[in-house]
Write a protein that binds this ligand. Structure first.
Ligand SMILES: NC(=O)c1ccc[n+]([C@@H]2O[C@H](COP(=O)([O-])OP(=O)(O)OC[C@H]3O[C@@H](n4cnc5c(N)ncnc54)[C@H](OP(=O)(O)O)[C@@H]3O)[C@@H](O)[C@H]2O)c1
Length: 228
């Protein structure tokens, strides 16, 4: 098996942490980021070098630029770039969402993805290799009440990613991924106690990680759904 170099945003908890654990267990190398220094410390303690974890807020373009530069310098372009980090608005009808909260959801879920792409993709294009997966949602393809800001961002992720797929050279792949419904803090925010009926992230990662490792040029421009 070839060890792959995998970049994951939001690696500190939820799906990001579960993917980190599974990729590492399979012998791949993870370059992850989290906003919270406490989580970066926890990741560093759990996954020693060559894995590497940095404190990066994806909304900060300059911080993402520094992170990408150091990751790329440490061993070249990633084989798999996972734009996983995101936030959801607190459940509310659209007209009652505070403007600063609306702006935060847009900033993390759209601008954050863009920042990561603009600093990692040129190195991948230069070698005409690599898979880019931008985490979308069922709410990037259909809607529900009280999560309109989140839906808007995930529809944007779909459009942004499918257009990016048309720009990449042959041999690469960009795809939006609906991960399914998994019991994370994000789901608990939306579903409350009903979130407990859904699988935990580590269970989800058992199938999702092999699925991600199997993606390639054949999947470019496809709206994907993870097995669950
Ligand atoms: N769980 C589900 O059922 C579900 C369904 C559909 C789609 N998704 C998508 O799957 C992905 C993972 O979701 P999840 O359920 O694992 O969510 P989660 O448990 O809330 O975790 C979100 C992750 O994103 C990180 N993050 C948030 N803002 C960030 C920022 N500005 N900079 C860097 N990292 C940031 C968080 O890090 P901090 O700890 O630093 O905040 C955390 O690691 C998201 O794209 C989500 O939209 C999830």
């Amino acid at each position: 098996m070839n060890a792959r170099r995998i970049v994951i945003t939001g690696a500190g908890r939820g799906l990001g942490r579960a993917m980190t654990e599974k990729f590492a267990a399979l012998g791949h190398t993870v370059f992850g980021c989290s906003r919270q220094p406490r989580q970066v410390e926890s990741l560093r303690a759990a996954f020693a070098a060559p894995h590497r974890f940095d404190a990066v807020d994806v909304t900060d373009d300059a911080a993402v630029a520094r992170w990408a530069k150091s990751v790329l310098a440490a061993g070249g372009p990633p084989d798999l770039l996972l734009n996983n980090a995101a936030v959801v608005n607190r459940n509310a009808v659209l007209w009652e969402v505070p403007p600063d909260e609306f702006a935060r959801v847009i900033d993390v879920n759209i601008n954050g993805v863009f920042h990561v792409l603009r600093h990692f993709v040129p190195a991948m294009v230069a070698v005409q290799r690599g898979v880019i997966v931008n985490f979308s949602s069922g709410w990037g393809r259909s809607t529900s009440p009280e999560v309109a800001p989140y839906c808007a961002t995930k529809y944007a992720v779909e459009g942004l990613t499918l257009a990016l797929a048309q720009e990449l050279p042959a041999g690469m792949c960009a795809a939006p991924l609906n991960p399914g419904i998994i019991n994370t803090e994000m789901l608990q925010s939306c579903f409350g106690e009903d979130a407990a009926a859904y699988p935990k992230p580590d269970k989800w990662a058992e199938k999702a990680v092999p699925f991600l490792l199997g993606l390639g040029p054949k999947d470019n421009g496809k709206s994907l759904t993870a097995p669950q």
